[in-house]
Design a protein around this ligand. Structure first.
Ligand code: COA
Length: 212
């Protein structure tokens, strides 16, 4: 009996020390993650991912517009919405590629309706086209007055992000899998939009160097 009790106590001590070791290593990992910046970036990334459906990249952010978001006219500052749009776009690309990403292009952003303080803004983003290392995202902004329940689609924008490896170099992203005709068509149009952006960029560079 004494021996069984002794074995049980030993077992419990061993179990306890295992838990302590695991907790210690968890805390040390968290500390190094905080020291090195974004914790989630330190997680291992699967090297080769197969085609990813558009829906897997979908992200939705909702935020109540507060006085701190106001411009001098008392409406919501456009820059605040642009920041949310960029964040939602980046998140969609991170979900698609499972890599860190940077913004390369923000296509035209037109604000069709003012957004008021007290409105609930919902930003939805999904990857619409991918190249080799770049991803185009369609981001849509809606504002809702929570009391009247009136909703407005205030703008849609396309942004391009590039996935980067740990050294900050562009890294290939998984192919995009459209799941319906709308997504297929948008993806084809995305290739045309990207070609247009690159041509525009080249022309701007030529004009800039001609000015010197
Ligand atoms: C993103 C970055 C690393 C790309 O570097 P780069 O030397 O141009 O790399 P590449 O030429 O290999 O281009 C990478 C991809 O970006 C795309 N790209 C580059 N410039 C582009 C432009 N003006 N428009 C659209 N796509 C563009 C390329 O077509 C390529 O896509 P692909 O691999 O799908 O064909 C570099 O431009 C950068 O660091 N930019 C700053 C990003 C940043 O800091 N953003 C936040 C701003 S505050």
């Amino acid at each position: 009996m004494k021996q069984i009790l002794h074995q049980m106590v030993q077992g419990m001590i061993y179990f306890h020390s295992q838990i302590q070791d695991r907790e210690k290593s968890k805390i040390s990992n968290q500390k190094s993650a905080i020291k090195n910046g974004f914790a989630s970036y330190n997680l291992p990334v699967p090297t080769k991912l197969g085609p990813q459906p558009v829906s897997a990249s979908r992200v939705s952010i909702s935020q109540l517009m507060e006085p701190a978001h106001a411009n001098l006219l008392g409406n919501v500052h456009g820059g605040h919405i642009m920041k949310l749009v960029d964040e939602a776009g980046a998140l969609a690309c991170m979900k698609h590629s499972r890599q860190r990403v940077v913004t390369v292009v923000v296509d035209r952003m037109t604000f069709k309706h003012p957004i008021k303080i007290g409105d609930l803004v919902t930003i939805t983003a999904e990857v619409s086209y991918v190249g080799h290392t770049s991803m185009e995202v369609e981001v849509s902004v809606e504002a809702e007055n929570p009391t009247s329940r009136q909703r407005w689609h205030t703008n849609t924008a396309y942004l391009v992000y590039v996935a980067l490896d740990e050294k900050g170099k562009p890294v290939p992203v998984p192919p995009l899998l459209p799941e319906n005709d709308f997504e297929r068509q948008r993806m084809e149009q995305g290739a045309a939009r990207q070609a247009y952006r690159l041509t525009q960029d080249e022309q701007t560079e030529l004009q800039r160097s001609a000015k010197k």
